[in-house]
Design a protein around this ligand. Structure first.
Ligand code: 25A
Ligand code: L14
Length: 340
């Protein structure tokens, strides 16, 4: 029997996430028969590298997906809304990193460590959604705790890296930092205020209820992925001047009595998690350690002394890898193994 291999396309191949998707396909040895790199007209003709080969970037069009088995999308919500249905119609399975399809009841929203079974529902629309980066790392850490102690309420504050916004934001933080250090004029284009040496309590757009869309994604996506709408979730999402790696201060209240030691031992055996929790040696999760690898780091695990059954913790992961590209390629691996 010959091993299966797939015709794969990456839409948004020149972006921060699309580029990492191609790296992940290569690193994880995903069985790629051919790779098609798609982006907007602006990037057509540029080259991307895959397994030592130079692949020309083509303009994304409605008919780009003929003969493609799996398409990984990360080119923004508008692009996914418009093009994913065309890809699906041509028999291609779309794994979409934008927020466009996540809450569609006919589209599964998947974290492989949490709800891999949901991949089966890809047949409804031919689309699988990749969750928001902040949701992924929080749910990877909390799901094993929920299964044992039943989480009643989550209070989360995020410290999010600029890379989530894409390459232009990475350049903006770099250019502003350099300008500040040289006492030059600071220009801003991507964010509404300077991000260098600052924090912005503003990620994605503001909604009627006073929350940002990023904050409400953490509420709704957590319910959908954990398949439990009874969990109270409230979020505050903050942009910080970090390039790669989101941090999250997470407070939980559980139904069952819980202790920091019990949480530590559950997380030591949880898939995709690494406990980094030795304050006496100054060991705790940090973006500089999370960046460039795929585990969700958890530390500062301690009792919330203000309530009966409460725990505080600090959760850090690489937002471009586990928060986006790696999670999408892991979904492709499940598809390839079990369904295609
Ligand atoms: O929140 P969302 O909607 O879910 O978005 C998630 C991700 O999508 C991207 C962004 O990643 C983010 O991380 N994104 C979001 N809003 C966007 C918007 N309005 C957006 N991208 C474009 N416009 P990113 O910016 O790192 O990567 C984006 C990737 O998507 C490709 N792309 C964009 N529009 C497309 C498309 N592909 C096909 N069809 C479309 N209509 C994009 O390719 C990139 O691969 P590109 O060719 O448009 O950009 C290549 C390089 O050009 C730089 N650049 C970006 N904007 C401009 C620009 N250069 C000049 N002028 C600009 N206005 C980028 O640095 C990029 O590397
Ligand atoms: O995937 O950091 O819904 O600006 C959109 C905003 C990803 C992060 C998503 C950011 C997010 C992004």
């Amino acid at each position: 029997m010959t091993a299966k291999a797939f015709h794969v396309a990456v839409a948004g191949a020149t972006g921060a996430v699309g580029d990492q998707m191609i790296r992940c396909l290569e690193e994880r040895k995903f069985p790629v028969k051919s790779l098609k790199a798609l982006a907007s007209k602006r990037s057509a003709g540029r080259m991307v590298r895959f397994k030592g080969e130079a692949i020309p970037v083509e303009e994304l069009k409605e008919d780009s997906f003929k003969g493609i088995d799996i398409a990984l999308f990360s080119a923004g919500g508008g692009t996914s809304t418009r093009f994913a249905p065309h890809a699906a119609k041509d028999g291609c399975v779309v794994i979409d990193n934008s927020s466009a399809w996540r809450m569609d009841p006919d589209v599964p929203l998947v974290i492989p460590e949490v709800n891999p079974h949901a991949v089966a529902d890809y047949t409804r629309k031919g689309i699988i959604a990749n969750p928001n980066c902040s949701t992924i790392q929080m749910v990877v850490a909390l799901n094993p705790i929920h299964r044992r102690f039943r989480i009643k309420r989550i209070v989360v504050s995020t410290y999010q890296a600029v890379s989530g916004t894409g390459n232009k934001a990475i350049h903006e933080l770099f250019d502003q930092t350099r300008a500040m250090i040289h006492f030059l004029d600071v220009k801003r284009e991507v964010y509404p205020h300077r991000i260098a040496f600052n924090c912005l309590p503003h990620i994605d757009v503001f909604l009627e209820n006073g929350y940002t869309k990023e904050e409400m994604k953490m509420v709704h996506e957590t319910h959908k992925i954990m398949e439990d709408r009874s969990i109270g979730v409230t979020a505050t999402t903050i942009r910080v001047p970090v390039f790669f790696g989101h941090g999250e201060s997470v407070n939980i209240e559980t139904a069952e009595p819980v202790s920091p030691d019990a949480v530590r031992s559950i997380l030591q055996n949880a898939p995709g998690v690494k406990v980094v929790d030795d304050p006496s040696q100054n060991r705790y999760p940090m973006p500089i350690d999370a960046a460039g690898q795929d585990l969700t780091l958890v530390g500062r695990i301690r009792k919330d002394e203000s309530i009966e059954n409460g725990i505080n913790m600090w959760v850090v992961a690489d937002n471009i890898r586990k928060g986006a590209a790696t999670n999408a390629v892991q979904i492709a691996e499940i598809l390839a193994d079990k369904y295609l």
